[in-house]
Write a protein that binds this ligand. Structure first.
Ligand code: NAP
Length: 262
């Protein structure tokens, strides 16, 4: 199916690796010009080069910087001639015990996983509405639906973003102008972040890494971890011309791990 996105411009945040990279690759594969960001420039430039090589017809721009900072956001926005598609993403907050977290830890999590997407939405939606096309996808987490106790910073910040999005996605001046805002909730995807989490679990319990990974896979009905490519493909679908009637939704991609009916 042609997703009708050829020639559009996308800003894909936090995209040198993992899920963000998967989204940038899938969009570029649909003929979308992409601006990708990450803090580390080496991996970012390597990813940009790989996307260019695979998609000679699209323009790929790399902007190094922290998307959770005002300077990082300004640079990312300035690099995109017009933003038709915005993929909000950033690293997740660290795990821990809520008793150890103070104001500083909370503000860092809120900045990266709630206020940064809100700032970027604010900077882009009205121009999208004026042009009559806009797609915003926020990468959040399955933990929004099924909170994980040690990820309290993530549960809190991402749920705040989710509540905000539920309200604004339904504004007639956005939904009525073909601007959609949805959240994609990853379960377990095989990225560097997941590998680090598994390695930390293995070290803590003194169990071999493969045993820890096998146990985690066995708890997922699909019996495997997701791939960044399949995450990117669903993201591209949400951004498609055909998806204009799909807005304000939380879409769980978890291989069936969430056990509820809804
Ligand atoms: P990843 O493999 O660690 O990749 C993270 C990417 O984001 C890298 O390119 C990283 O590059 C960039 N990044 C991180 N913080 C940034 C910042 N402040 N500004 C700009 N770029 C930044 O992680 P992932 O697995 O793709 O996860 C992406 C998001 O999904 C995270 O919020 C994570 O918590 C969430 N999530 C993931 C899973 C999963 O199973 N993978 C499950 C649930 C939720 P630099 O480090 O160079 O900046």
């Amino acid at each position: 199916m042609d997703l009708g996105l050829k020639g559009r411009w996308a800003l894909v945040c936090a995209a040198s690796k993992g899920l963000g990279r998967g989204c940038a690759e899938a969009l570029a594969g649909e003929g979308v010009n992409v601006v990708i960001t990450a803090r580390g420039s080496e991996a970012l430039e390597a990813t940009a080069a790989a996307i260019r090589a695979a998609n000679p017809g699209v323009e790929v721009r790399a902007v190094a910087g922290d998307i959770a900072s005002a300077e990082g956001r300004t640079a990312a926005l300035a690099a995109c001639p017009q933003i038709d598609i915005l993929i909000n993403n950033a690293g997740g907050p660290p795990p821990g015990d809520f008793r150890a977290w103070g104001r500083e830890e909370w503000l860092a999590a809120l900045d990266a996983n709630m206020l940064t997407p809100i700032e970027l939405i604010k900077a882009t939606v009205d121009a999208m509405a004026a042009r009559g096309f806009g797609r915003i996808v926020n990468i959040t987490s399955g933990a929004v639906k099924a909170p994980i106790d040690v990820l309290g910073l993530s549960n809190g910040a991402r749920t705040g973003l989710t509540g905000f999005v539920a309200g604004i996605a339904r504004q007639p001046q956005l939904a009525g102008r073909n601007v959609t805002i949805n959240n994609l909730l990853p379960g377990a995807f095989d990225t560097e972040r997941l590998q680090k989490t598994l390695a930390a679990g293995a070290a803590k319990s003194g169990t071999p890494l493969e045993t820890v990974a096998d146990k985690r896979r066995a708890g997922i009905p699909a019996q495997r971890f997701g791939t960044a490519a399949e995450f990117g493909a669903i993201c591209a679908l949400l951004c498609s011309a055909q998806a204009g009637y799909l807005t304000g939704q939380n879409i769980l991609l978890d291989g069936g791990a969430y056990p509820g009916t809804f």
